[in-house]
Design a binder for this molecule. Structure first.
Ligand code: AMP
Length: 175
């Protein structure tokens, strides 16, 4: 896993001073690192019973479809406001920097659907908590919340309140 960490670029002070941005584009463009990351996720979720993958805009859109394809599942997008064309439910949340909102089509998740939520990175957990709430408000069950990166020092897991979290790479505040 250390080899994968080497492929992720740190961009200091982006998008605002004080944020050490984990740039995963450098991992995504490396064929063997990308494959290793995807394979590890597929292994993690192979024996979990999952009906649907939910992808968080925007970097979740790169990882989640590959997983869904490999696992033989459908995929639903969780998008920034105003992007989805049909009727949506919206949840607003706080970010590590600023505030934002996520929307999901009302008919995207059905009652009892077991959903795997995927994003690139868990920071404070606000985004993922909003994603969980969207799925659960629709009657779905959060069967997993998967991340490439977890910034452990921000305690985002706590905010996910016991939902099953998996992260491939954990980072401390000095990394
Ligand atoms: P949070 O809601 O605080 O857990 O933030 C997670 C979302 O913000 C994810 O969609 C990430 O892509 C993005 N994000 C937050 N902090 C960072 C960071 N330090 N580096 C890269 N992306 C980040």
């Amino acid at each position: 896993m250390e080899a994968l960490k080497q492929k992720i670029r740190n961009v200091p002070d982006f998008p605002i001073p004080g944020i050490n941005f984990k740039d995963v584009t450098t991992l995504f463009k490396d064929p063997s690192a990308f494959r290793m990351a995807v394979d590890r996720f597929v292994t993690e979720y192979a024996d979990k019973s999952i009906d649907l993958v939910a992808a968080i805009e925007a970097r979740g859109f790169i990882l989640a479809p590959v997983l869904a394809y490999h696992m033989g599942m459908g995929i639903v997008p969780l998008r920034k406001p105003g992007k989805l064309p049909a009727e949506t439910r919206r949840i607003e949340y706080d970010l590590e920097y600023g505030t934002d909102a996520l929307e999901m089509h009302l008919d995207a998740v059905g009652p009892g659907n077991r959903v795997l939520i995927v994003d690139d990175l868990l920071a404070t957990g606000g985004t993922a908590a909003a994603a969980c709430q969207l799925v659960e408000d629709a009657g779905g069950i959060v069967a997993g919340v998967g991340f490439l990166i977890e910034l452990s020092f921000l305690d985002g897991r706590k905010r996910l309140d016991g939902r099953p979290v998996f992260s491939l790479l954990e980072y401390g505040s000095d990394e």
